[in-house]
Design a protein around this ligand. Structure first.
Ligand SMILES: C[S@@+](CC[C@H](N)C(=O)[O-])C[C@H]1O[C@@H](n2cnc3c(N)ncnc32)[C@H](O)[C@@H]1O
Length: 367
């Protein structure tokens, strides 16, 4: 036997295994919308929750009857989801959720991602090529062809999309806000600005943590309206000023907002292009009181704890491109540091891994 054959055989086997894996990965991408929508349908029809609660496998006829759909429909969904590893079992023996199915059904982070994809992004993502070509959020037309960016229209989103947008935003912010306030414990300001403060979620936590502090929420007029109507802020509104602004309008500035000892921006700069972000930071600098600091908190693509988190950020950056504004994204650390540098700010502290995925920077103007 030619000794070369012995060497060639394991190589061929490895090559074949790699090729089969590549085919499998490619098929999952080619059919991902089918698998995704089958999971959405099974979730919306209550089948995922039903399977999750079951001690014994459940037959598709039972799922069909309980969901009020045909056995044809329930069987089809179970077969797709079984091939995709979301459920396991068979038509004869019945089905149960796999661990992946349990994540989709019960894990709060996966549920927030899944619903954000389904209710906010799915339709619009079909316009990704156009959005990349034009630099405009072409997918927004799935909601309304007249909308130019998403943020003034958060209040106008269909109820399900609005709920999923806020659930996604809040899931990632909430844990990070608590930890950020611990990091900032020694910096309780007399007044802080919450730029991009949205409905006042951080402001509420900060005003509770800092009883002597007053806040100014700086955001689009539409968000200021939602903030003033937010029942969670009852009892705190007298400590909150509002400064409505559209940073994308010509000459937008903080003139008239007064001074702040601390300017907070959480998941805000990622809504803007590099040049816009530098411009906003320059404006913010002008509003700082003596010895004031700007605090920026962002999820950074290259500062994640694991590959799943990095994939989530890389993928969901496309939301900014296709739905939000056409020209922003979640940052890589070097890009954000370069923006700080261009705005004449120096980093005096940085705190990675706050909450699920955020990094916090404390900045002061360079002298
Ligand atoms: C992703 S949300 C972040 C909300 C909150 N800071 C958090 O961490 O959860 C971005 C915020 O920036 C505001 N924003 C986006 N574009 C804006 C613009 N052109 N002018 C003013 N605010 C804007 C949005 O209204 C929204 O409240």
């Amino acid at each position: 036997m030619n000794p070369k054959d012995n060497k060639a055989r394991p190589d061929r086997a490895r090559h074949k295994a790699a090729l089969l894996k590549a085919y499998d990965d490619a098929a999952r991408i080619a059919f991902s919308p089918f698998i995704f929508q089958a999971a959405v349908a099974a979730k919306k029809l209550g089948m995922m929750a039903r399977l999750g609660a079951a001690a014994e496998p459940v037959r598709y006829e039972v799922l069909a009857e309980e969901a009020g759909v045909s056995p044809y429909g329930a069987r089809l969904l179970m077969q797709i989801l079984s091939a995709a590893g979301v459920v396991e079992g068979s038509d004869e023996a019945g089905y149960l959720l796999t661990k992946t199915g349990e994540c989709l059904t019960y894990d709060a982070m996966t549920a927030a991602n899944f619903d954000f994809t389904a209710d906010v992004n799915y339709k619009g993502l079909a316009e990704t090529t156009e959005a990349i070509r034009t630099g405009k959020p072409a997918g927004l037309k799935a909601f309304d062809p007249a909308w130019e960016t998403i943020y003034p229209h958060l209040k106008d989103l269909p109820a399900e999309a609005q709920k999923s947008w806020f659930a996604f935003d809040h899931f990632y912010s909430d844990g990070a806000f608590r930890e950020a306030l611990r990091v900032l414990a020694a910096r309780a300001p007399a007044r802080f600005f919450d730029i991009g403060g949205n409905t006042g979620r951080f402001t509420k936590m900060a005003l509770e943590a800092w009883p002597e502090t007053e806040a100014t929420i700086v955001d689009l007029p539409e968000q200021i309206g939602l903030m003033r109507a937010n029942p969670d802020l009852e009892g705190l509104q007298h400590r909150i000023r509002a400064f409505p602004i559209d940073w994308l309008s010509e000459g937008a500035s903080l003139d008239g907002a007064g001074e702040a000892d601390l300017i907070w921006m959480s998941q805000f700069l990622d809504c803007f292009s590099r040049a816009e972000a530098v411009g906003i930071l320059n404006e913010a600098k002008k509003a700082l009181a003596e010895n004031g600091v700007i605090v920026v908190m962002e999820p950074l693509c290259d500062r994640q704890r694991n590959d799943t988190a990095a994939l989530s950020l890389a993928a969901s950056s496309l939301y900014f491109t296709v739905l939000a504004n056409g020209n922003s994204r979640f940052f890589f650390e070097a890009d954000l540091l370069e923006i700080f540098e261009a705005a004449g700010l120096e980093v005096i502290e940085s705190h990675p891994n706050l909450g699920v995925c955020h990094t916090l920077f404390v900045l002061r103007p360079k002298v």
